[in-house]
Design a protein around this ligand. Sequence first.
Ligand code: ADP
Ligand code: MG
Length: 289
Amino acid sequence: MTPPGFLFCCDPLRPRLPDPQFAQEAAAARRAGAQTALVDHDALLAGDAESAVGGVRRDSGPYWYRGWMIPPARYPELERALSARGCSLLTDASAYRTAHELPGWYEAFSELTPRSVWRALPAGEALPDGSVWSRLAGALAPGPGIVKDFVKSRKHEWHEACFVPELGDADRLASVVGRFLELQGDFLAGGVVLRAYEPFVPGGEARVWWVDGEAVRVTAHPDTPDRLPSPGLDAVGEAVRALGCRWVTTDMALREDGTWRVVEVGDGQVSGLPAGDDGGSLFEALLRP
Ligand SMILES: Nc1ncnc2c1ncn2[C@@H]1O[C@H](COP(=O)(O)OP(=O)(O)O)[C@@H](O)[C@H]1O
Ligand SMILES: [Mg+2]
């Protein structure tokens, strides 16, 4: 059997080279013994998956993808286009959606992550009345909350579009969700998630990288590259194994009461490394049979 390779995103300006954001990683993957190929992320998102994989050699093996996030609705198109060239992805479309979107991973992590509720908002559908959000928040305890979509928050617009001081304040909740939706616009992923706020100790999150249910690396979170906390992982490993996805990340934060919590889960293929970290031994773990 052909050993796994890596599909990196190409540089949109020089499509024969990896995107500068991933060039160091592509070199590290090759040093680890993997073959690498390039996919055109712009073409994939524009709906032209066939051109996106035009540079991937026929029958060149199963691949891990490594690059920019792919909307879960586009991922099957990448899968099909690769399959037409006799190639495959080691994370299938269903596993990708499961790890990438909160509703997919929430149940497996429900004891380890802030309580959350959500409402899907299919693209093109009229936005619901603001009162919907209070009814949704009714399933959470009163107190502060966080707004995000199935994948991302607007954490850099914290007071305006992320943090809700009191979920019971219907007007404020509707205003924060409304602003969040306005800022996300067409890039809204899946729908709206409301989460109970938990007080975390400042000091940065740890990003734990899991391959086949084993923690293979702990890195700093890309937002706080110079801080590397070391979280307790026993219960998290069980949840990761219950999730059943081969390559995932868990972002961990220390709650003020001393408990390590999972802030979010991600598909490892599209989780960022902190600046200056080329992945190194991560790629070796992904090449093990
Ligand atoms: N439930 C929560 N309680 C407290 N802080 C939170 C909560 N959810 C998110 N945060 C804070 O907001 C940041 C962004 O949230 P996160 O879910 O990781 O979204 P993103 O995908 O945008 O990184 C987190 O790193 C954390 O600092
Ligand atoms: Mg995050």
